[in-house]
Design a binder for this molecule. Structure first.
Ligand SMILES: CC(C)(COP(=O)(O)OP(=O)(O)OC[C@H]1O[C@@H](n2cnc3c(N)ncnc32)[C@H](O)[C@@H]1O)[C@@H](O)C(=O)NCCC(=O)NCCS
Ligand SMILES: Nc1ncnc2c1ncn2[C@@H]1O[C@H](COP(=O)(O)OP(=O)(O)OP(=O)(O)O)[C@@H](O)[C@H]1O
Length: 204
């Protein structure tokens, strides 16, 4: 099974890239979805968060208040380290379980959308790393527009991650997403024919 790690920065376009491959039936693991699963009510992940941050990070119905927790951890490195520490093992265990399930199904290729692929050293288990790259001006703009964040909230989130320029040296390929959607689509068509189709052929 060919393992492809898809990464970038917040709002650089990973989900947009992933949807191109999803539409074509390529199996995937989405780390943001896993990170939500491991903090559902009743999980050890949520229990650990409440232990460290208190019950003020919960809604009245017991679900995680992501806005409150986000406002804490994206403005304080040490608190973000605490959160990462609380969830790391649960996220890792679930991603490895999903990997085993796909291996058992003998799928030829699996794409992992993991925002912290480099920071979390996930890249070491990948056959290829695809980096979705944008410059900071574009990134801030798209993040503010998508989430309705102020500039300072957007910047806090961007600066909580390794610089996209520093991630470039880890990449097998760089997908430039500074341009219009059709320019992205053109690159993805080419990636499809050079990196995915050859892997699928023997299984047809
Ligand atoms: C802090 C939380 C509650 C904020 O929730 P919110 O709904 O506002 O954001 P969401 O989860 O959709 O994440 C949006 C983006 O933020 C970035 N991000 C999330 N967590 C982190 C982190 N710990 N460090 C740096 N960037 C992060 C990622 O690029 C992600 O795609 C949430 O992000 C969280 O629980 N983070 C810790 C889990 C984690 O590390 N997730 C990253 C995927 S492995
Ligand atoms: N080429 C493009 N032109 C204009 N807008 C784009 C382009 N690519 C993506 N976007 C928009 O930018 C925003 C961020 O893209 P997307 O959600 O795919 O990023 P992401 O990397 O998955 O984000 P996150 O890390 O937060 O999950 C979205 O609103 C998306 O529609």
């Amino acid at each position: 099974m060919k393992k492809i790690g898809l990464t970038g920065g917040i709002a650089s376009g990973k989900s947009t890239v992933l949807s191109f491959f999803k539409k074509r039936g390529i199996p995937y693991v989405d780390a943001d979805v896993v990170a939500r699963e491991v903090v559902e009510p009743g999980t050890k992940g949520l229990e650990a968060i409440v232990e460290h941050f208190g019950s003020t990070v919960l809604h009245k119905d017991g679900t995680l208040n992501r806005e409150i927790l986000g406002n804490i951890v994206f403005y304080d490195n040490s608190k973000r380290d605490v959160l990462n520490h609380c969830l790391k093992q649960y996220i890792r265990t679930r991603i490895m379980e999903l990997t085993e399930e796909y291996e058992a199904k003998r799928v030829p290729v699996l794409i992992y959308d993991i925002p912290l692929l480099i920071e979390g050293e996930w890249y070491t288990m990948m056959d290829e790393v695809w980096l979705v790259y944008v410059n900071e001006t574009t990134q801030v703009q798209r993040l503010m527009e998508r989430n309705g964040y102020s500039r300072s909230d957007a910047m806090a989130r961007i600066h909580s991650q390794m610089k996209l320029d520093d991630k470039r040296s880890y990449a097998t390929i760089i997908i430039d997403n500074n341009g219009a959607p059709h320019e992205l689509e053109k690159q993805l068509q080419s990636i499809w024919s050079t990196r995915i189709e050859p892997v699928l052929k023997p299984f047809e």
